[in-house]
Design a protein around this ligand. Structure first.
Ligand SMILES: [Zn+2]
Length: 410
């Protein structure tokens, strides 16, 4: 079994071979998109004779792409066999890289996790050593899983910041002028690599496997250490010309002379983000405010979790006050996006989503106050259901759809 053969659409085949190849692809596509089927169902849906479909199914069974699930139970007379895609015929890996940790997941072709590790310690630095350490962690994760490396069809890696997915460059981390980062990592893993912006991957995870029902126009807010949005329009991820869309957090909104992480003054993140929450907390304490929590300076990029926990678990007044004020403020600026995009759904995701009503209610009130009534009435507001796994799940879904595009795009 080699998925490459099944995906190969090169034309160096005779016409009858091409037709046969397409029939095999269509059967696999049908099982992937609509689930299990009998030969009679496949024959009728694909408008191909029962003997022809039986021959193709037998080939696909022998090659390991399909499995026999046994006889259908609820049919009278001679009971036919039910066939399924073989969940172990291909695997897809998703990786989310943060400033001080990373998460890795490995899913089978049915989007079921066979292995997942959340929050593995890793300090992201722009050095060759850090890049090699990163590749070693991924290689040892694969070794520790029960899956042979050549069964992993592709890896999608999420980084924050500017990512050009088409060309494989990451501009904020591990940037090299000479070679795409995808090429460098792929050489170390011996698996095709795709890069994605972290927020966009989270948005796609929620769209495929999370909170999204049938909505097709979605804004996903990644409210975490930084702030960004992922957009889905007419059921497709929106990238912009080169993939840099969604940098909501770096809109220069405030006249506060506060330097942002991006180097500009007064970005949205300077007053609304995980890192600004930490600064606001520290300022409040220095002004004599009381709190039951204290910040550990060593928790690089994670200190805002202490304040979020303070609000959720301890109902600490200062923590609750700071997060609800920020959330009301972000609601005001989200209302601008709603007026522009008129989405079906706004999903609140990222670390702040753990706050539940402490984040949702102030945002809801601010949206009602500041967005146009008609736009607000069109839209649902929901919290992410995938939580911390959104990025890894989204990455697995993105690389699966990219690698299987010869099957899925027809
Ligand atoms: Zn900025």
């Amino acid at each position: 079994m080699n998925l490459k053969d099944l995906l190969d659409n090169s034309l160096d085949k005779s016409l009858s071979d091409q037709k046969w190849h397409m029939l095999r692809q269509t059967i696999v596509k049908r099982l992937l998109s609509s689930g299990n089927a009998t030969i009679t169902e496949l024959s009728s849906e694909l408008q191909s004779s029962v003997p022809t479909v039986t021959k193709a199914v037998n080939e696909l069974l022998a090659e390991g792409y399909m499995i026999d699930m046994g006889k259908v139970t609820n049919s009278g007379g001679r009971r036919p066999s039910l066939y399924s895609i073989n969940p172990t015929c291909a695997y897809f890996m998703g990786v989310e890289v943060n400033i001080s940790d990373l998460s890795i997941g490995l899913q089978n072709i049915k989007n079921e996790f066979v292995s997942i590790e959340m929050g593995t310690s890793f300090i992201l630095q722009n050095t060759q050593e850090s890049l090699m350490e990163f590749c070693e962690i991924l290689n040892s994760f694969i070794e520790d899983s029960s899956v042979a490396k050549d069964m992993i069809v592709g890896v999608c890696i999420n980084f924050s910041g500017r990512i050009n997915s088409m060309e494989g460059f990451s501009y904020n981390y591990f940037y090299s002028e000479n070679r795409p980062l995808t090429e460098i990592i792929s050489e170390q893993l011996t698996i095709p690599v795709h890069l994605e912006n972290d927020t966009r991957a989270m948005a796609f995870g929620e769209y495929r496997e999370g909170v999204v029902d049938h909505e097709q126009n979605i804004i996903f807010l990644n409210y975490s250490w930084g702030v960004a949005i992922g957009m889905i329009t007419d059921g497709k991820l929106y990238y912009g010309k080169s993939g840099y869309s969604g940098e909501f957090g770096h809109s220069t909104i405030f006249n506060n002379e506060i330097m942002c992480q991006c180097g500009k003054l007064g970005c949205l993140e300077t007053e609304i983000s995980g890192w600004s929450l930490v600064k606001q907390f520290q300022e409040a304490i220095s002004q004599g405010k009381q709190s039951n929590v204290s910040i550990d300076e060593n928790l690089l990029g994670l200190q805002h979790h202490v304040i979020i926990d303070g609000a959720v678990k301890l109902e600490d007044s200062l923590c609750v006050d700071l997060v609800t004020k920020q959330s009301e403020k972000i609601g005001r600026y989200l209302s601008i996006l709603l007026n522009i995009f008129n989405p079906d759904l706004l999903v609140i995701g990222g670390d702040f989503a753990r706050l539940g009503d402490y984040v949702l209610l102030p945002i809801q009130a601010a949206l009602k106050k500041h967005s146009l009534g008609l736009v607000n009435r069109d839209m649902k507001l929901k919290k992410s259901t995938l939580g911390r796994r959104a990025g890894v799940i989204g990455a697995c879904c993105i690389v699966k759809e990219k690698m299987l595009s010869p099957l899925l795009s027809k």
